[in-house]
Ligand binder design. Structure first.
Ligand code: NDP
Length: 337
């Protein structure tokens, strides 16, 4: 039988963790024939919740689940890790300045990066969900000099999936016919959800939107004033309607991210969006962890090259990338890189 894949989840006692665990253990992330060993990392006050989740995993009797360990020790949690899901983060408290938030998270993601550096398996893949996700990933990567930088990613798949959902609704079409939407930049309100290369059943969506909305100008207005802000601020909308934050969709997007990274994006389904270290593509400064159109081939993520970037897109990509550069400069000034 196959050696189990070791999956480490931080913030395992939290809400997203709770939604993730059962899907991982059932085989939805790594495959229906791949056994998994789970390592749940928590801070001391979160340990009970993680231990409770571990009891429930036992009660679910997943045939693929080879074991569950719960710990508050990062070194133990990341020993031999193949897939690291960094979900636990310090939320912004009342009156907390941005620098305080970055510093608090630096104190979490720096040591976790060092523990990954010390103990991870050679094929380790890291996805950061905890916010500010892109910059947390940058901090973790900076503390893991022996791990190739491209193994550190941040989640923008939820934004990508939200864009697909909004576009499908606007076109009154099933989401499965859509492909090649892109999220650029930071996982924040400055992100740029881009539909300029998107197609529906092979037909470009921009003309379809123009047709439905009464012309190209009306379509551009809808993108600028409704679609983009709605996708970027969807998290706040969910909190308002649901009374608590988006948990199921965040967990689902995390599963999608890892599944496509490990198993590959299917050529017929187009690209996805991943925040990964820039190689300078599309004018994004090298090293910033920024979201791009990405394909996954043979277990490797590749930025889709050669896409035309309109003036409309350029300004929005640049604005989000400038925010990322500002976050990087702030954590550098704090000595966290
Ligand atoms: P959640 O599980 O709901 O969220 C965890 C993180 O995911 C937050 O940083 C949150 O950011 C982020 N996130 C990213 N995308 C989304 C989205 N679409 N919707 C909601 N959140 C999103 O938080 P809980 O408070 O329930 O759980 C966090 C757990 O992490 C706690 O149990 C805590 O003890 C633990 N923790 C563990 C650490 C460790 O293992 N070393 C370190 C720090 C905390 P945002 O705040 O911006 O919503």
């Amino acid at each position: 039988s196959q050696t189990p894949v070791t999956v480490t989840l931080t913030g395992a006692g939290g809400q997203i963790g709770y939604a993730l665990l059962f899907r991982i253990a059932s085989g939805q992330m790594l495959g229906a024939d791949v056994p998994v060993r789970l390592r749940l990392l928590e801070i001391p006050q979160g340990l009970k919740a993680a231990e409770g989740a571990a009891l429930e995993l036992q009660d679910a009797a997943f045939p693929l689940l080879a074991g569950v360990d719960v710990t508050d020790d990062a070194t133990a949690a990341f020993d031999g890790v193949n897939v690291a899901l960094l979900v636990g983060a310090r939320p912004r408290g009342p009156g907390m300045e941005r620098a305080d938030l970055l510093a608090a998270n630096g104190g979490i993601f720096g040591p976790q990066g060092a523990a990954i550096n010390a103990g991870a398996a050679d094929d380790v893949r890291v996805v950061v969900v905890g916010n500010p996700a892109n910059t947390n990933a940058l901090i973790a990567s900076a503390h893991a000099p022996d791990v190739p930088a491209e193994r550190f990613t941040a989640l923008t798949r939820l934004d990508h999936n939200r864009a697909l959902g909004q576009l499908a609704a606007a076109l009154d079409a099933p989401v499965g016919g859509l492909r090649d939407v892109t999220i650029w930049g930071n996982h924040s309100a400055s992100q740029y959800p881009d539909v300029s290369h998107a197609t529906l059943d092979g037909a470009p969506v921009l003309p379809l939107l123009a047709e439905r909305l009464g012309g190209a100008d009306a379509a551009e207005r809808w993108l600028a004033e409704e679609f983009i802000p709605r996708v970027a601020k969807r998290g706040a909308e969910i909190i308002e309607v649901r009374g608590s934050s988006s948990v199921g969709s965040a967990a689902s997007a995390t599963i999608d991210h890892v599944r496509d990274w490990v198993g590959g994006t299917s050529p017929g389904a187009g690209w996805t969006s991943v925040a990964l270290p820039s190689d300078g593509s599309y004018g994004v400064p090298e090293g910033l962890i920024s979201s791009f159109p990405v394909e996954s081939v043979d277990g490797q993520l590749r930025i889709v090259q050669g896409l035309a970037v309109s003036k409309f897109s350029r300004a929005r990509i640049d604005a989000s990338v400038a925010e990322l550069a500002g976050e990087r400069d702030a954590v550098r000034a704090l000595g966290l890189l």
